[in-house]
Ligand binder design. Structure first.
Ligand SMILES: [Zn+2]
Ligand SMILES: [Zn+2]
Length: 402
């Protein structure tokens, strides 16, 4: 591994910051303490700071000291700052002090890694162009990246490419993986309300049973995946809730069901939404009922730019070793709001192996060291690794002729 010695030397300080953030987790857009800590830390290193971009988002701007590039380029590096509404099981010294809130997705580690890179680059500005350090709120379902974009992130802080990292449990520590094209799925929520006519359960012919219509709809929706979309387009449609009735001898007048749709392509999402609408209303009509579909697109698919992904994988190989980096990993079904940034700017999102929990000690919970689990903890060994990766990305990207 080729870590930058100065980053390794500073990693105890970055680790203290990680533990401090872990001990004080905050949700969604309410990451006030974390954002303040990030802003003050960047300012301490003489990095220009803009606060309150998209709510509690923070942007640090650092200009290189070298002149003479034909066109000064700019690179964006992004970390997320929010935690999850999960009770931490770990009793480690840096365990959460906020009951029911926990950094169970490792965003404390992402923020600390990016601060590690900022600290080094602030002291070593021998590069052409500009680095924008983007710290966003509300990755966990709140679309914080979109909120920052909506408040002019790219107009106020223009960038030619954007890069981000998510720790990935189950992948060995100090390995990286990414791919050009779709890396993570889109996330979409739906709800179907079905209205019929209630009746005595012993005299069903006097009503129109919405439960029976709903049951047909649940089954028929699965046919979209096998009969409507192309077999080579991956997608998931899961009905996860079906609420109906309150008594054994009453046919209720209304039911609702809801669930999630995941795809890697917005056109496939369009097709699935259209077919869901047709199936729900068509089947409801056939059973003398009516149906209303509400379909909410939460996050688009995370689509990496092919050439920026190849570039990022090569940088990762220089840091970690050629055998530690997979350039074409299989895509995964979780979603990520880095996707909003990738819709606007080419870039690469990558996974950094967090190991399988070997870094945990006696005071960690004995649940799996998996994302969104109360026994999870970010692996501190990755802090200088991620920071070195970010620094090498900057140096290589800003070295390229504009
Ligand atoms: Zn998460
Ligand atoms: Zn996450």
């Amino acid at each position: 591994m080729n870590l930058i010695p100065q980053i390794e030397a500073d990693s105890a300080g970055i680790c203290r910051i990680r533990h401090d953030i872990h001990a004080h987790p905050e949700l969604g857009y309410e990451v006030h303490r974390t954002a303040k800590l990030v802003a003050l830390t960047l300012e301490k290193w003489n990095i220009e700071v803009t606060r309150n971009v998209g709510g509690t988002g923070v942007v640090g701007t650092l200009r290189g000291s070298l002149e003479g590039a034909s066109r000064a380029r700019s690179i964006g590096l992004r970390a997320d700052m929010d935690a999850l509404p999960i009770q931490e099981i770990n009793t480690i010294a840096h365990a959460s002090r906020n009951a029911g809130v926990m950094h169970a997705c490792g965003h404390d580690g992402h923020t600390a890694m990016l601060l590690g890179a900022a600290q080094y680059l602030a002291a070593n500005r021998q590069f052409h162009g500009t680095v924008q350090f983007i710290f966003q709120p509300a990755e966990e379902g709140g679309a914080g990246a979109k909120a920052m974009l909506d408040e002019g992130l790219l107009e106020r802080f223009p960038i030619d490419a954007v890069f981000g990292v998510h720790n990935w449990p189950g992948m060995p520590a100090n390995t990286m993986a990414t791919r050009g094209g779709a890396l993570m799925a889109s996330s979409n929520r739906f709800r179907i309300d079905i209205d019929g006519v209630g009746a005595h359960a012993a005299m069903p012919h006097k009503g129109h049973d919405p439960l029976l219509a709903g049951a047909q709809i649940v089954t028929a929706l699965q046919a979209i995946l096998t009969r409507s979309k192309r077999p080579i387009d991956p997608a998931v449609l899961s009905v996860t809730q079906f609420h109906a009735g309150s008594s054994d001898n009453v046919i209720d007048q209304g039911v609702w069901l809801s669930g999630t749709v995941r795809t890697f392509d917005d056109q496939v999402t369009d097709l699935i939404e259209r077919r869901m609408q047709e199936i729900a209303t068509g089947l409801a009509t056939a059973f003398g009922c009516t149906a209303r579909l509400s379909f909410i697109r939460v996050y688009p698919p995370t689509i990496n730019d092919a050439s920026q992904s190849a570039f990022a994988a090569n940088v990762a190989r220089e840091v970690l070793g050629a055998d530690k980096v997979i350039g074409e990993i299989e895509p995964v079904m979780p979603s990520e709001d880095f996707s909003f940034l990738l819709q606007k700017v080419p870039g690469c999102y990558a996974f950094l192996g967090n190991g399988s929990g070997e870094h945990r000690g006696q005071e960690h919970g004995n649940g799996p060291c998996e994302l969104h689990n109360g026994s999870f903890d970010f692996n501190d060994e990755l802090l200088p690794v991620g920071a070195t990766y970010f620094v090498r990305l900057v140096q290589a990207f800003l070295d390229q002729p504009g």
